[in-house]
Design a protein around this ligand. Structure first.
Ligand code: SER
Length: 321
């Protein structure tokens, strides 16, 4: 039976992935950890412990003591925050990954590792429309540089030590359970909260900035599908492209306005606009579709409907038409 360790269980992906994995593998088999307490559902649905992935000694003890067989390492400093403290962000993003790869290499029981990469691995010299799996990668942000270096390390551990590391280049993720914090694509979460709370939003990206975005349920399904895929079918051991939808702030504004008619938006692009302009507008994920059958369920319309409904419930507000 699998025994799964989640690092970063209080975060945007971790909080939802923990619950999904507990459904699949049983609550007692999914050990949630973070450096801060997660939300109530993660806390109450199975084991949780405070654990700092930077502390390699405690990490290896934890893995051995709980007979961990799979590790999902989801903790990272995102793109916007990383630009404010580049050296610290590099240190955290890289050393945490190296700790995980080393533990997985040393402890025989650990059979699989998941680590998220990002569209941030691409840069201004990458083709921005339908960005291929294999292409020019010259990221200009410290976050992107750390993700690209991480991809190379994952592939290295696979080639050299036969470690089964799997990874996805997530696009911007949109969810209502747990907010992300510090990312360039976070506008796409903030806009929904602000629409429900205030009926207006001041966007830090310009109106026509297209980026690939994905609704969290599709991201969770993709992650589980990749982790359950037949290893013989996987041809990529760095990270797989994941596309989702190519969307601008203007598109989301128009969609929200259908349900909140007076919703107004203003645009005050900041340093994150410069980051967004170096990232793809849309992604070619045909290799993921071929190797592990990646598909999506949600489009902008169905996602917007759920986002507004769930956020209204959460905030106890009824602003919807
Ligand atoms: N969503 C992330 C960010 O904006 C990209 O992976 O930083």
């Amino acid at each position: 039976m699998e025994r799964i360790l989640i690092i970063g269980a209080a975060g945007q992906i971790g909080s939802e992935l923990t619950l999904e994995l507990r459904k699949i593998y049983g609550s007692d088999h999914v050990f949630a950890t973070d450096i801060k307490d997660p939300g109530r559902e993660v806390m109450e649905s199975g084991p949780f412990q405070l654990l700092d992935v930077m502390d390699d000694k405690r990490l290896i003890h934890f893995v051995i003591r709980h007979k961990i067989t799979q590790i999902y390492h989801l903790a990272a400093v995102l793109s916007g925050n990383a630009e404010k403290l580049p050296i610290q962000a590099w240190h955290i993003n890289m050393n945490s990954l190296m700790n995980i790869l080393e533990v997985a290499k040393m402890v025989d029981e650990v059979k699989k590792v998941f680590w998220p990469s990002s569209i941030a691995v691409f840069g201004p010299t990458t083709p921005r429309i339908n960005t291929p799996q294999l292409t020019v990668m010259e990221p200009t942000t410290v976050y992107g540089v750390s993700k690209l270096a991480g991809e190379r390390w994952c592939e290295y551990y696979h080639r050299k030590y036969n470690l089964d590391v799997r990874s996805i280049r997530y696009p911007g993720l949109i969810s209502y359970e747990t907010e992300a914090g510090g990312g360039t694509t976070d506008y796409a979460v903030e806009i929904y909260y602000s629409a429900v709370k205030n009926g207006s939003y001041d966007c830090f990206l310009a109106e026509n900035t297209a980026l690939p975005l994905l609704f969290m349920p599709d991201a969770i399904k993709a992650t589980v599908d990749l982790m359950e895929a037949d290893p013989d079918k996987l041809s990529v051991h760095s990270a797989y492209n994941l596309g989702g939808m190519s969307i601008t702030p203007k598109d989301i504004h128009a969609e929200i306005s259908k349900q909140i008619p007076g919703f107004s938006i203003s645009y005050s692009p900041d340093f994150r606009q410069t980051i967004a302009e170096t990232w793809p507008q849309s992604i070619d994920d045909s290799v993921s579709a071929r190797d592990w059958g990646c598909t999506y369920q949600y489009d902008l319309e169905s996602m917007t409907e759920i986002m507004l409904e769930e956020i209204s419930k959460k905030l106890n507000l009824n602003t919807l038409r």
